[in-house]
Structures are given as structure tokens and as C-alpha cells.
Write a protein that binds this ligand. Structure first.
Ligand SMILES: N[C@@H](CCC(=O)N[C@@H](CS)C(=O)NCC(=O)O)C(=O)O
Length: 205
């Protein structure tokens, strides 16, 4: 099992899951957009993963579900009920389809406009920030009274949440203004598997 990652990206989520599972795996740090990496994942994105003869797997949510299925004893998937399976899929879809895309224009505004003037790029970032605030406000309400994303137990949705909440550390509004998100993040930050994954990626915060 080999995980391709770049530090601090959404690849942190499957990296944490691999730490939680505790089986041997390899890590390969890649240069996003490099010709070498495009040969591995033509989308140029991380995470990507290879498991034996699987070929190159990509898409964070699919990789997370693959790991949950491959390692049922780690109990990081749904609990076997229809409702829980829905709740878990909903959480993964929220991060993949709402939170990740909300952040991307903030990180790479030049991709979202053919006018690259500073004022246009700032405008793209501000529009992105409005979306981030919207999804964080929703997430903050969801986490009210909860320590985990789904079913009040640890699942693959929690590292995904952690990786994206981490991106919120350098926003105009501090994370502490979303108190439930802030509490969730601080609590996850104490987890040994998360500490190991962050250390391996060279991440401080
Ligand atoms: N749909 C993909 C998106 C992955 C993605 O965009 N990852 C970012 C890092 S968080 C990336 O590799 N960006 C490089 C790029 O877009 O060129 C997934 O969910 O895995």
C-alpha cells in the first residue's frame, strides 16, 4: 500500500486513516503538477494510492471508503445500518463536494478567472471566502454537542473534516469563531495517529 501525498493537502485524511489502521504502508511525497506525478495521476491531484495490483486509485472519498472496507476491524466505516451508511456518505460528499471546492478559489484564484489582475484575484478570493464561511457555519452547527462527524464514534469522515478544518487556520475569521469546529479540531489534534501523520508531513499547526 502506497499513498502519494503533498503536505497539508486533503491527502492528510487517508494518511491519518492509515495511521489509525496500523498496518504497514509507504508514503511518497510528490510535487503537484510535476511531469513525473502527472504520469502517476493524470489529474495531477493528491491523494492517490496504489494497493498491490490495484492500479492508481484517486479521489479522496473513494480512497477513504476503500480503506474502511479493506480494514473492517478498524471500524471506521458505517455501522451496517442504512441510516448510518447514508450519514457517512453525506459527510464525505459534503467535504468533497462543498468544502473542498469552497476553498480552492481561495488557494488558487488564478484558476477561476482569465483576468489575473490583483483586484480580480482578490475578488475571487473574497467570493471563495463567503462560501467557506457558509460551509463552516453549517459544519459548526452540525458539530453542536458532537465529538465526531457521524454516529458519535470515530469514522473516516473525521480525518477528512480535520484536514479541511486545518485549512481554516489562516482565514480572516479565526477558527475560534466557529466554537464547535474549534473544539473538534483541538480534540482531534491530541490524537496520536493524527500527531504522527502531521509530523511525517512536517506540519506544525
Ligand atoms: N476530487 C479530488 C480533488 C483532489 C484535489 O484537488 N487535491 C488537491 C490537494 S487538496 C490537489 O491535488 N491539487 C492540485 C491541483 O489541483 O493541481 C479528490 O477529492 O481527491
Amino acid at each position: 500500500m502506497k499513498l502519494f501525498y503533498a503536505p497539508g493537502t486533503c491527502a492528510l485524511a487517508p494518511h491519518i486513516v492509515l495511521e489509525w489502521v496500523g498496518e504497514p504502508y509507504e508514503l511518497e511525497k510528490v510535487q503537484l503538477g510535476s511531469p513525473e506525478y502527472l504520469k502517476i495521476n493524470p489529474l495531477g491531484q493528491v491523494p492517490a494510492m496504489i494497493d498491490g495490483t490495484s492500479g492508481v486509485m484517486n479521489q479522496a472519498d473513494a480512497i477513504l471508503k476503500y480503506l474502511a472496507h479493506k480494514y473492517p476491524d478498524a471500524k471506521l466505516g458505517d455501522d451496517g445500518t442504512l441510516q448510518d451508511a447514508y450519514e457517512l456518505d453525506r459527510a464525505l460528499a459534503f467535504f468533497t463536494g462543498d468544502v473542498h471546492p469552497a476553498f480552492y478559489p481561495f488557494f488558487k484564484p488564478g484558476r477561476y478567472s482569465i483576468d489575473e489582475s490583483e483586484s480580480t484575484l482578490n475578488s475571487v478570493k473574497q467570493a471563495s471566502y463567503k462560501l467557506i464561511d457558509k460551509v463552516f457555519t453549517y459544519l459548526n452547527a452540525h458539530l453542536d454537542g458532537l465529538n465526531y462527524m457521524v454516529g458519535n464514534r470515530r469514522t473516516i469522515a473525521d480525518p477528512y473534516a480535520f484536514a479541511m478544518i486545518r485549512w481554516g487556520n489562516n482565514l480572516p475569521k479565526p477558527l475560534s469563531e466557529y466554537p464547535n469546529i474549534y473544539r473538534f479540531y483541538q480534540q482531534m489534534r491530541e490524537n496520536e495517529g493524527i500527531k504522527r501523520a502531521m509530523e511525517q508531513q512536517g506540519l506544525k499547526q
